[in-house]
Write a protein that binds this ligand. Structure first.
Ligand code: ATP
Ligand code: MG
Length: 470
């Protein structure tokens, strides 16, 4: 009693005593203990650890580098940094140990070694903790996957649907185009998937991790196209862009520039584009700087560029520069074998997006769709399927579901050049339908309000709606 009280008064002694008992406790409770010197050589190991590690005796370990005994040990790091590793999981063979490691210091505070304890040799003691960690880890992995999905290119060659011979050949060409870093010219009618294919070629190319930048020649006002392409120095011209702007060429540096509707490019600009393609350098408007760029161009056109060359609105030198690797996308009517697969895939995405039940397409419906010419190609097919999904309650779509939407066979005709020509009446009906539908959706489905927007009488609008089968 005397002895204890005296001890407690002497804090140095208390510390020593506490350390002593802590050590004894740990030594007896834990599954193993080991100490190393300043050079991470084993200087002490207890009997339990000798057994756990499968050694014959302590002598086998003494004096050897710690990693010779435990390859994954971090004791050396503790010695080198002087920092403890209070809780860690260490792999040993096919076992996992929960360990703690602390530096040992001399009276002067210098690190003279480290001591490590195996708190548990079986992870299941930590089950509640590990399970919680596992749940967080699973959440984390799911979140990371979502993020990766978001970053992954939206379109790959696999998302270009079709298994017809024509489509397989097309994909073969696209794959080859992806491998070679040359200019590609995509030819195809409207809605055949030129933009989709351009994305896919980029995604399959070595530039996939770099930007894909698109410019639609038909959508940008002519006077802005030049700065849109090549950029403009600050103050190059007055207006919204006084701060200057980065051109699309610069934005696409290292990646792919998609020139959509390249046939609509103004003649003046064509010469400049040609020069950039040849020199791979751009000069922003109003600057005297020339900037090196590394851009792969994929151009697309729905018009016959050769005809434009013959007519003198498209430069032949640019045409030849773009036409290095032409890829023609066949119109839908030339690959009707793909109809079924396309319908299935499109119906799937419609149901995913809208939450409406997933529709099936029957052979009679496919047969009927195959009689149509599809001047708007896959885009038109998508629109038709969206309308049917909204209008019909049938899960299995039959030919009848399409009669009000798909014009009867022969209603679209071709002229000598193979261009689709619609009958005047059909085109007019389509126009009316589109107009009324957009008025109705703007009016939130209220006929009276839609009639007001269109400036027609309510009765007249009702009649039209009935006639058009809306
Ligand atoms: N083979 C295909 N598989 C799946 N979807 C397709 C396919 N082809 C086209 N589409 C879809 O059809 C629509 C039109 O495609 P896209 O915009 O690529 O055509 P486009 O040739 O660029 O048309 P435009 O000349 O009118 O610009 C898009 O919704 C696209 O996802
Ligand atoms: Mg397009």
């Amino acid at each position: 009693m005397e002895f204890t009280e005296q001890l407690l008064r002497d804090s140095n002694a208390v510390q020593k005593w506490a350390m002593q008992s802590l050590f004894t406790q740990l030594d007896s409770l834990c599954e193993g203990a080991i100490a190393v010197d300043r050079h991470a050589r084993v200087v002490w190991i207890n009997e339990k650890y000798v057994k756990t590690l499968g050694l014959n005796s302590a002598e086998e370990a003494l004096g050897r580098e710690i990693e010779e005994i435990i390859p994954t040990s971090l004791m050396r790091r503790v010695v080198e940094t002087g920092q403890p590793i209070l809780l860690d999981i260490m792999e040993f063979g096919n076992q996992s140990f929960v360990v703690t490691r602390m530096p040992m210091r001399n009276a002067a505070g210098e690190v003279i070694g480290a001591i490590g304890f195996v708190l548990y040799d079986r992870l299941q003691y930590l089950k509640p903790l590990v399970e919680k960690f596992g749940r967080h880890q699973a959440d984390f992995v799911a979140a990371r996957r979502k993020l990766a999905e978001h970053r992954r290119p939206k379109y790959t060659l696999a998302s270009f649907v079709g298994g017809s011979p024509a489509c397989l050949e097309l994909k073969r060409q696209a794959r080859r185009a992806a491998e070679h870093d040359t200019t590609v010219l995509l030819l195809g009618e409207t809605g055949t998937g030129k933009e989709l294919l351009a994305h896919a070629i980029h995604a399959a190319s070595s530039r996939a991790a770099k930007p894909f930048i698109g410019v639609n020649m038909a959508a940008v006002p002519e006077n802005l196209l030049e700065s849109e392409f090549f950029g403009a120095a600050p103050g190059a011209y007055t207006g919204a862009d006084r701060k200057g702007r980065e051109g699309k060429f610069l934005l696409a540096d290292g990646g792919t520039l998609f020139l959509d509707e390249v046939g609509d490019m103004p003649y003046q600009l064509q010469a400049k584009l040609l020069r950039v393609l040849q020199e791979q350098e751009v000069e922003p408007l109003g600057s005297n700087r020339v900037i090196k760029v590394d851009v792969r161009v994929i151009a697309a056109t729905s018009v016959d560029l050769k005809r434009l060359v013959a007519e003198g609105t498209f430069r032949s030198d640019l045409f030849y520069r773009l036409n290095v690797l032409p890829i023609a996308i066949p119109p839908l009517r030339e690959r009707l074998a793909d109809l079924e697969l396309l319908c299935e895939q499109i119906l799937e995405t419609i149901s995913e997006r809208t939450g409406l039940p997933r529709r099936e397409i029957t052979p009679t419906a496919i047969a009927m769709l195959a009689t149509y010419d599809w001047p708007g190609n896959v885009r038109e097919l998508r629109n038709v399927l969206e309308q049917v999904a909204l209008l019909s309650d049938n899960i299995r779509l039959t030919a009848e579901d399409f009669t009000t939407i798909v014009p009867p066979a022969g209603s679209s005709r071709r002229d000598g050049s193979g261009q689709a020509v619609r009958r005047y009446d059909d085109a007019l009906v389509d126009f009316e339908r589109g107009l009324i539908q957009s008025a109705l959706s703007a009016a939130g489905g209220k006929v009276e309000q839609a009639a007001h927007l269109l400036d027609v009488s309510r009765a007249a609008l009702y009649k039209k709606i009935k006639k058009l089968g809306l």
